[in-house]
Ligand binder design. Structure first.
Ligand SMILES: [Zn+2]
Ligand SMILES: [Zn+2]
Length: 274
């Protein structure tokens, strides 16, 4: 399994200076299984650069794309109208969320429509289907995919993708509980090879008035990774106000507590080999 990150910024895209270490696009990652199935997790502005990436553009003959949407906040869907595959007649786009398929379809149609965008989602030529990924693992493209509800305003789903003895868990937008690690999420992420987790706030910012905002910290991520027995912790969904220098310091702090942790960045590729 190979995971490539195209957007790791939360809330709003930033306009990074040239050479930004972490990048400014909002969440989007490409998960390619060892069998060659492509999953896109979230359709933030990083989706625009995913479409131009070598890993993706070499695969234009590949028709089927499985697109998992954690939720519908702007930072997780705003790349969708700018994704060229939507406009390609040969593309077979299979969208999933943790809710009913009809609601997923309706939300995307309501999001990509006039007067917000000049082309209607439902009028685009790609083939589209809509499905639900529930808590019980379902077979999607030869992988097992499941979801778990997170603590986030209006809801958000964590997704777990397992294939060929390897797994990844995306928990992009969530708030830890007052007692530390979220036990339900730890159980969902048990033994995963890569736990991708919300590090929007520093612990100090969180304590100073950000409780209840539905986001977490790198330190809570460390607690969760330990509770889950995750092999690796990948922190993400960075605050648009956090500079590269600040994120670098936070990354060092996370590594001191949990050596197998890193901060995601645009262009980061994780290979989970057997
Ligand atoms: Zn978000
Ligand atoms: Zn959100």
């Amino acid at each position: 399994m190979r995971i490539e990150f195209f957007g790791v910024r939360g809330t709003a895209p930033t306009a990074p200076r040239r050479g930004s270490v972490y990048g400014g696009h909002t969440p989007c990652a490409l998960v390619r299984t060892s069998a060659g199935t492509d999953f896109i997790v979230d359709a933030g502005t990083g989706l625009v650069s995913l479409a131009k990436s070598p890993a993706f553009s070499r695969r234009t003959s590949l028709r089927i794309l499985h697109i998992l949407l954690t939720h519908f906040h702007f930072d997780h869907v705003s790349g969708l109208p700018f994704f060229p595959e939507i406009f390609r007649a040969g593309a077979d786009l299979r969208f999933y969320s943790s809710g009913p398929a009809a609601a997923l379809r309706r939300r995307l149609e309501e999001f990509m429509t006039g007067p917000y965008f000049p082309v209607e989602f439902k009028a685009t030529p790609s083939r589209k289907s809509f499905g639900r990924v529930g808590r019980r693992p379902a077979s999607v493209g030869g992988a097992k995919v499941s979801s778990h509800p997170l603590h986030h305003p209006q809801g958000c789903a964590a997704f777990r993708i397992e294939e060929n003895g390897r797994s990844v868990v995306f928990a992009t937008d969530t708030e830890h509980g007052p007692g530390g690690a979220d036990e339900g999420l730890a159980a969902f992420a048990r033994g995963t090879d890569a736990l991708i987790y919300d590090a929007t706030f520093t612990p100090a910012e969180y304590a100073a008035g950000r409780k209840g905002w539905g986001h977490s910290t790198w330190a809570a991520g460390v607690e969760l990774a330990r509770a889950a027995g995750a092999a690796r912790l990948v922190l993400s969904h960075f605050n648009p106000d956090h500079s590269d220098a600040k994120l670098g310091r936070l990354e060092d702090a996370a590594r001191r507590r949990f050596p197998r942790s890193l901060f995601a960045r645009e262009g980061l590729i994780l290979r989970l080999e057997r």
